[in-house]
Ligand binder design. Structure first.
Ligand SMILES: [Zn+2]
Length: 244
């Protein structure tokens, strides 16, 4: 398709969308409204109606925002955001004066950190944000224990991973094709099920699970929360004896 043709088609869709469907989708993070979100293409798993054209939020970001914006304290204290996504970064950093980003590979973060062996002292952070990291980590229990270690007593970790079904599968797969087929992406080392809760508890964290189903259907549709693997948020608290 020629460039001119593509531009004409996009303009037409925007015009029609604007004319008849303005406001059928809304991004709660940047207030964009329109006909539908843009598609997202991760590995083999193409998703329609997924990415905000303005702030690039995806379903999981908007879900976290909708479920947690009012639930989290107005001021978040000392925050560690792993593999920071720009839309989440903007939101989280607006709610604290003590915001830190970390990643092992991203060059733009404040701290180069291995989530399984962090350099931070014990009891450092009020909030650790860890979205779509653990499915890449070979020893996820070690990462969970590290998250607990760097949390202050009663500190909270927000954990998101792709979840499919009830049971986690983490047999080693040797080829990228197998990992794409069974774990959604070639750099995923497992496919989590809802039993990730047990793993978090094994790391001595107290777990509460929030789900897309906690929201009204109209909210789910309006904010484009249809990712079949992105319907859960795990709130993991470092409860200490006597504080649970
Ligand atoms: Zn947006």
């Amino acid at each position: 398709m020629s460039l001119l043709n593509r531009i004409a088609r996009k303009s037409y869709r925007t015009f029609i969308g604007g004319l008849y469907f303005q406001g059928t989708r809304q991004c709660p993070m940047c207030n964009w409204t329109g006909f539908q979100f843009e598609p997202a293409n991760q590995g083999e798993f193409f998703r329609f109606d997924a990415t905000c054209p303005r702030c690039k939020s995806q379903e999981r970001h908007r879900l976290a925002y909708l479920l947690l914006a009012k639930r989290l304290p107005a001021r978040l204290g000392k925050v560690l955001h792993f593999a920071p996504e720009p839309c989440m970064s903007k939101w989280l950093s607006s709610r604290t004066d003590d915001y830190h980003t970390a990643d092992l590979f991203l060059p733009t973060v404040m701290h180069k950190e291995d989530i399984c062996n962090m350099t931070f002292a014990d009891d450092t952070f009020d909030l650790v944000w860890c979205s779509h990291i653990l499915e890449h980590v070979a020893d996820d229990l070690k990462a969970m224990r590290e998250i607990r270690r760097v949390l202050k007593p009663n500190g909270l970790a927000v954990i998101q991973v792709p979840v499919w079904g009830a049971k986690t599968t983490d047999e080693p797969l040797s080829t990228p094709e197998e990992r794409i087929s069974k774990y959604f992406q070639e750099d995923h080392v497992r496919r989590y099920g809802a039993d990730i809760e047990h793993r978090l508890r094994a790391a001595d964290l107290t777990v509460e699970t929030l789900r897309t189903g906690d929201l009204d259907l109209q909210i789910v549709l309006r904010h484009g929360l249809s990712d079949p693997c992105g319907k859960d948020i795990f709130l993991a608290t470092k409860t200490t004896k006597g504080s649970a």
